[in-house]
Design a protein around this ligand. Structure first.
Ligand code: ZN
Length: 491
């Protein structure tokens, strides 16, 4: 099996990936809070962990990939105050909170399918795991790391920090955290400003509510991921992922909750993708640059010059390493569009290359370079650079400047299918000859050209010209040959 190294946020080092259970991998990734359409910020973690999921499967692991849906408990304000994001949207839209959850879960799944992100093995919802969350909170109280006040339960960060390192993931020091939170008002329910809610007492106007040992209430945002990850992956599992924005407080809280529940760390590898900026600016509601994925696909946003195919977005993200920040601009996207097209053209050429007795290209070396890049903390930009090197060679073989044997061609075709389609998850976009319907589509064009040939034989020039002109108008390039005619789609 390939030796994959991954950068562990916890140790701040690249480490060889060794799963707990030999060839089975457990992976948990924090999914979306479903109260609005998915935007660019949702695409990056989804694509990052899709790449990891696909690569683990490709190199022979069985993977249980759990990605949750947050449908309750994520408050507008991270300091455990304010309205629930889903409930707030439900009020505005005059819908049931669960209608909001359904609408935006559907829309998220649709967008993910457009980006060719594989669905996870399990997609649990927070509201579907209230009992598990209550049990987890009970354990934390029993262990002495949580306390109840007025029907709410808070995690006792100070007591925890006396026994375990708090801030270990984000590198924050507890003393600094104190200075930042000490003066906060309105938190008199908490023993300390650092404490976070595990369960909140529901005020009468709060519409999402459940009975608990502490009264009617709802879970705190961080509680769900501890309850659901360990339910499906066990007390200790291999990989926990998410965006860097979740490092603190969300993932830091998850580490503490896990230790409080089980007496030990629950996660072996913490993996985080970096953030996205748009035209050099952080994304923010007030800046008007929260571009939804649907808006990218239709071009319907003032910041966009045109529509972008989902595969252009995917390819663009994969051209950056997941731990690097990534800036979106029309210019960068259009460059990615061209690059993607070049790669797809090479894929199309690869199908029909002429073979020779000797090869002047080294397929094994190209293959090793590609896998080395992936094994080096999923270095997709380096992988893509090698695939472009290969594309140049494919073009050279096509132009007759290089040669390839039949055996090498099979290897090269396999390599590109494996890496471009299966691992990078790229697929030919609709307007390329490499699209999913190309077989049928090609046969139909062939049929029209046969009819045109028959018309020519009968000297029916009107019909033969009409077929050629109509096909040309549709974007085909028709070239007459000795045997009949060749066709291709014009670029
Ligand atoms: Zn989470």
């Amino acid at each position: 099996m390939e030796k994959l190294t991954l950068h562990n946020t916890l140790t701040r080092k690249k480490e060889l990936f060794v799963p707990i259970h030999k060839d089975h991998v457990g992976m948990y990734v924090c999914g979306p809070t479903v109260y609005g359409n998915a935007h660019l910020g949702h695409a990056r973690p989804a694509i990052t962990f899709d790449l990891l999921f696909r690569y683990l499967l490709h190199i022979g692991y069985k993977v249980r990939y759990v990605r949750n849906i947050t449908d309750v408990g994520h408050l507008v304000n991270d300091a455990d105050e304010g309205e629930d994001k889903v409930a707030k949207k439900a009020k505005v839209e005059e819908l049931e909170p669960m209608e909001i959850v359904q609408i935006y879960t559907n829309s998220y799944r649709k967008n993910m399918a457009q980006l060719n992100v594989l669905p996870p093995s399990i997609e649990p919802t927070a509201s579907g795991h209230i009992i598990e969350q209550i049990e987890a909170v009970k354990k934390m109280i029993e262990a002495g790391f949580a306390y109840e006040t007025n029907g709410s339960v808070y995690f006792d960060v100070e007591t925890y920090a006396k026994n375990h390192p708090y801030g270990i993931l984000s590198g924050r020091k507890i003393e600094d955290l104190y200075t930042n939170t000490r003066d906060l008002d309105g938190q008199n329910e908490k023993r300390s400003g650092l404490d976070f809610a595990l369960w909140k007492n529901a005020l009468p106007e709060h519409i999402m509510r459940w009975p608990s040992p502490w009264g009617i209430g709802f879970p705190g945002w961080h509680t769900e991921c501890t309850a659901m990850s360990t339910k499906y992956l066990g007390e200790t599992f291999d990989i926990h992922g998410g965006g860097l924005d979740l490092l603190f407080p969300h993932h830091e809280a998850e580490i503490a909750q896990g230790v409080a529940c089980f007496g030990h760390a629950t996660v072996n590898y913490w993996i985080h993708n970096n953030m996205i900026t748009i035209n050099g600016q952080k994304m923010g509601k007030s800046l008007g640059n929260f571009i939804q994925l649907d808006e990218f696909f239709t071009g319907n946003h003032p910041l966009l010059e045109k529509a972008y195919n989902p595969m252009t977005i995917r390819f663009f993200m994969l051209q950056a390493h997941y731990r690097s920040p990534l800036d979106f601009s029309n210019e960068a996207l259009q460059a990615a569009e061209k690059g993607f097209e070049r790669l797809m053209n090479a894929m199309a050429l690869l199908k029909n290359l002429k073979t020779a007795d000797t090869s002047t290209l080294d397929v094994e070396k190209l293959k090793r370079n590609c896998y080395d890049a992936l094994n080096d903390d999923l270095n997709s930009p380096i992988l893509i650079a090698h695939l472009f090197d290969g594309a140049k060679m494919i073009n050279s073989v096509n132009d007759g400047n290089m040669t390839i044997t039949a055996a090498d061609l099979v290897k090269l075709q396999q390599l590109y299918t494996d890496l471009v389609y299966d691992v990078l998850g790229l697929q030919p976009s609709g307007d390329s000859p490499e699209n999913g319907n190309s077989e049928l589509f090609g046969q139909m064009v062939e049929l029209l050209l046969i009819l045109r040939q028959e018309a020519k034989t009968k000297k029916d020039w009107t019909t033969s010209d009409q077929i050629r002109d109509r096909l040309t108008a549709l974007g085909f390039e028709i070239k007459d040959t000795k045997e009949g005619a060749d066709w291709k789609l014009k670029n």
